[in-house]
Design a binder for this molecule. Structure first.
Ligand code: SF4
Length: 471
């Protein structure tokens, strides 16, 4: 199923789309199901079991907080980051939650949130099971969900459906499964539509979007996403201090910004362009690591790549236009959909290839389109963007979305710009197709050892000492 630009990109809070945003949405779905059955008033508690990667890196990635917030009725797209800590403190002090914001009942994290570190549910590593009970301890409702990456959540029926083939059913903010005029599951199908209609990829995606909402609303939604990305960079440039979690990592963006304002004009040092790109990515990912407001793009761990490339476009391309920004988002959406349907956006399934790798590929395609590249060049840029991220593992130190995540976004952004430039210097003909590289990415993810897939049990996570490990 093709997914809207306003679903693939969504406004949320850090630090993780699969471990923070997804679990919040799953908790909200569970309570909405409970309420729909008229059981909310009988509720006397909810037990949440987290499995696989969610259990192993959940504390560092904020899943415990996300569950508590989601059960309280908070939504990732609307909660203000500065409301989070007071809400958590109130629940912990009182030992109760106002479930769905409507019905108060006991909640004790020690007994109601269980990390099943050695267990994994069959469909996906990020499994969550909610069990609601009444005053007598009798089960009112039990449901299992999977947070499959990028903030998307499946229940068991949707998971079974998606196992049938590419195009997983997905539930995100506010869109059902309307039929689109130009459905595609592969780059080959997408380019066939381009060939038949003479439209660009961006224009085809806009036609699909119109199955869900008016063109005016799509454009307004995209510009709102861009506004949130800009605000995120702005905040990231101003904030300083140590990032939460105990790794002792300090924010770097404000200092680098000061240096670049004083001595970072590309006219004097051509390489300074890349310092600026890194700056934009650092600003976003330091905000993300602090639980700030970010745009999931297409995940939170990789939330800095696309804003950094868009900021590069705005600051360093003299003829940048708002139209170019819209083209960027629509084209990147087509590419993101290809990975979501043909591989995965989940590091727990395919490692960081599915996060920074996909963001790099999407950004390369978006920038190529914004700069006026042909659709063959767009496909080439997307392919280059992933080809050189194949094999990228996920081994976050201390289970936190900080090392290697924050710097990795700077690398992803610079690589995306390079991929776009390489593609634009060519004529769109190339040896490796985007579909081939997506298949290779999926197979590489399948072959990757489980310990390198968002478990913090290998790589940097076990070679960089942490005084207070989070997982
Ligand atoms: S290493 Fe990559 S995939 Fe893993 S948490 Fe960090 S950004 Fe996400």
């Amino acid at each position: 199923m093709n997914t809207s630009v306003l679903q693939l990109f969504s406004i949320g809070i850090g630090p993780s789309s699969s471990h923070t945003v997804g679990p919040m949405r799953a908790a909200a779905r569970f309570l909405s199901d409970l309420e729909g059955r008229g059981l909310l008033s009988a509720l006397h508690g909810v037990t949440t079991d987290l499995y696989g990667s969610l259990a192993l890196t959940g504390r560092g990635h904020g899943s415990d907080k996300a569950i508590l917030l989601g059960l309280s009725g908070a939504r990732p797209e609307s909660i203000e980051p500065n409301e989070v800590e007071p809400l958590l403190a109130a629940v912990r002090a009182k030992g109760t939650i106002r479930f769905a914001g409507k019905h108060e009942a006991p909640y004790l994290e020690e007994t109601d949130l269980l990390l099943r570190k050695s267990e994994r549910l069959p469909f996906h590593s990020n499994g969550i099971r909610f069990t609601a009970r009444d005053r007598q301890g009798k089960t009112l409702l039990q449901r299992t969900y999977y947070s499959i990456g990028g903030g998307f959540v499946l229940d068991e029926a949707e998971a079974a459906e998606s196992s049938k083939g590419p195009g997983a059913a997905a539930v995100g903010p506010g869109i059902g499964g309307a039929a689109v005029p130009f459905p595609f599951a592969t780059a080959g199908e997408l380019l066939a539509h381009v060939g038949k209609t003479g439209r660009t990829i961006a224009s085809l995606v806009m036609e699909n979007e119109k199955a869900w909402r008016s063109e005016e609303d799509v454009r307004a939604g995209i510009l709102r996403l861009w506004e949130v990305m800009e605000a995120c960079v702005e905040r990231g440039l101003q904030e300083s201090g140590e990032l939460p979690g105990g790794l002792g990592i300090h924010r770097r963006a404000p200092k680098l910004w000061k240096q670049l304002k004083e001595n970072g004009e590309p006219a004097r040092d051509p390489g300074a362009v890349f310092d600026w790109v890194s700056l934009f990515a650092l600003a976003v990912n330091e905000e993300n690591a602090s639980g700030g407001r970010v745009v999931t793009a297409p995940t939170n761990g990789a939330a800095g790549v696309i804003p950094a490339v868009l900021h590069y476009y705005r600051r360093f391309v003299p003829l940048w236009t708002e139209e170019g920004v819209i083209r960027f988002f629509l084209t990147a959406t087509a590419v993101g959909n290809l990975y979501r349907m043909g591989a995965s956006l989940s590091a727990a399934e395919v490692g960081c290839q599915g996060e920074v790798g996909v963001a790099c590929s999407m950004a390369a395609a978006g920038l190529t389109a914004a700069l006026g590249g042909t659709d063959a060049q767009v496909e080439n840029a997307a392919e280059i963007g992933m080809e050189h991220n194949l094999g990228l593992t996920c081994d976050p130190v201390g289970g936190l979305v900080q090392v290697p995540c924050i710097e990795r976004n700077t690398m992803g952004a610079v690589k995306a710009i390079n991929a776009a430039r390489l593609a634009l210097r060519g004529d769109g003909k190339h040896r490796v197709s985007l579909d081939q590289v997506i298949r290779a990415m999926r197979q590489t993810g399948e072959d990757m050892k489980r310990t390198y897939k968002e478990t913090s049990e290998a790589g940097l996570a076990i070679n960089v000492p942490v005084s207070q490990p989070e997982c």
